[in-house]
Design a protein around this ligand. Structure first.
Ligand code: PLP
Length: 427
């Protein structure tokens, strides 16, 4: 064990998750690679938990940040702020939400917190629908509604939350059904729930569950839900904290896989937009966004230095069609990993969209989760020079692969080879 680890343990909370038996300190990065304090180089297939959207140390972002730092880092939202207005204009237009307004926060948790505040105030109800196995953050309200209860065993949520089936396709009572029947069963479940409760303000859902192990429902589930929600005047909050910005390849936003229903009423974002700078936010139509009657500021939301990073990062993403890259390279990587999995009894499923790929492990010959094997694969991959992630809470049997969206084909092949060796060593 190293000295920094001892100091970490002495001063930081025990529940602050750390990867690896001998945790590493990342000192710098470039492109899709990072280096640790021992000088070892790693191919980064987890991108700072999906925050490094384009690339590490992207010169365009570095330049924008250092130029902005030389002018002003922060002036507060009490004054007009050009980079904040410019980024809001871009995101409002990309969101697809009519007459959109954008409120910037500093994290995904705070974005969801604000979305819940808006939805419950607008609908005057403190009942919320959330998906089983979901994750929405770690504040009092967001951890309280998070469906994966292992995150919040001691939470006394201020909201009344009801949980809906459908976020996970391969587990639960409807797993044996085909896609169409699965959707019907989930919709019936939702209708049944609505028959037993006061009208909820909103359904909050991740189009692809992130911490849940990169699991998604069949396309169209949220469109079918939406018809029911609309009948009852219930808002849809799409939590795009992991799925936004083209990560899923086919679509810019995860909700677009359920396109028939149109954009959500509220959309939350964070992670990738700042390429590591702390940006989160909520998008909603003007009527919902402006339903709060209090004058309010966010001290750090929209601060110039993060907005400069976000603008440069978003420009790079769009100019280099990284969404298309995620679709192409992600598609190849999924195929390659499926071929590897075919020969390994412990790999239950390789799933995903674009560069959001989940590999579910199980004890060979059973359906039982195998978190020990997942931990061993993580260690072996690191030894082979590859960083990957795993699911959280009840999902530590799922490996998570989410490299920066500029991943090349050669890097995808290199990473897949290391992962193949790590999986073979575990089984
Ligand atoms: N929503 C989703 C879907 C997430 O995956 C996360 C974090 O992993 C959050 C919200 C919380 O975001 P943050 O950690 O930036 O507060």
């Amino acid at each position: 064990m190293n000295d920094l680890y001892d100091r970490h343990r002495a001063v930081l909370p025990d529940w602050l998750a750390l990867y690896y038996e001998d945790p590493i300190e990342i000192t710098h990065g470039e492109g899709r690679h990072v280096w640790d304090s021992a000088g070892r180089r790693y191919l980064d297939f987890f991108g700072g938990i999906l925050t490094t959207m384009t690339a590490h140390a992207l010169p365009e972002v570095t330049k924008a940040v250092s130029e902005q730092a030389g002018r002003i880092i922060h002036s507060s939202t009490l004054y007009l702020n050009r980079p904040m207005v410019e980024l809001a204009e871009r995101i409002a237009q990309l969101s697809g939400i009519p007459d959109a307004r954008v409120f910037f926060t500093t994290s995904g948790t705070e974005a969801n917190d604000t979305a819940l505040l808006l939805a419950t105030a607008y609908r005057r109800s403190n009942t919320v629908l959330a998906m089983r196995n979901s994750y929405h953050g770690r504040s009092f309200s967001t951890v309280g509604i998070t469906g994966n209860r292992s995150w919040s065993p001691s939470s006394l949520s201020p909201l009344q939350t009801l949980y809906v089936h459908g976020g996970v396709r391969t587990r639960g009572p409807f797993a044996h059904l085909d896609d169409a029947a699965f959707i019907v069963a989930c919709v019936e479940d939702l209708k049944d729930l609505l028959g037993h409760t006061r009208p909820p303000a909103a359904l909050i859902a991740e189009p692809v569950q992130g911490v849940g192990g990169f699991t998604s429902p069949p396309d169209g589930l949220y469109a079918a839900f939406r018809d029911v929600l609309r009948e009852h005047g219930i808002l849809w909050i799409a939590d795009e904290v992991q799925t936004g910005w083209g990560r899923t390849g086919e679509h810019f936003w995860g909700w677009q896989a359920h396109g028939r229903s149109g954009p959500p009423d509220l959309l939350t974002f964070a992670k990738g937009i700042g390429n590591g700078m702390s940006i989160g936010g909520v998008v909603a139509g003007a009527e919902i966004m402006n339903c709060l009657d209090a004058n309010s500021i966010s001290t750090f939301g929209g601060t110039q230095i993060t907005m400069a990073a976000g603008l440069a990062n978003l420009n790079y993403l769009l100019e280099h069609d990284l969404q298309g890259n995620a679709r192409r390279v992600g598609g190849l990587l999924i195929e390659r990993l499926r071929a590897v999995a075919a020969g390994l009894p412990g790999v239950r499923e390789v799933r995903g969209r674009g560069l959001m790929i989940g590999v579910e492990l199980a004890r060979p010959g059973t359906d039982e989760a195998d978190p020990k094997a997942a931990a061993a694969v993580l260690e072996a991959a690191r030894e082979g020079g590859l960083l990957i992630g795993k699911g959280g809470g009840h999902n530590t049997s799922a490996l998570r692969i989410a490299p920066p969206l500029s991943l090349t084909v050669a890097e995808a092949e290199e990473g897949a080879a290391v992962l193949e060796n790590a999986l073979r060593a575990a089984y």
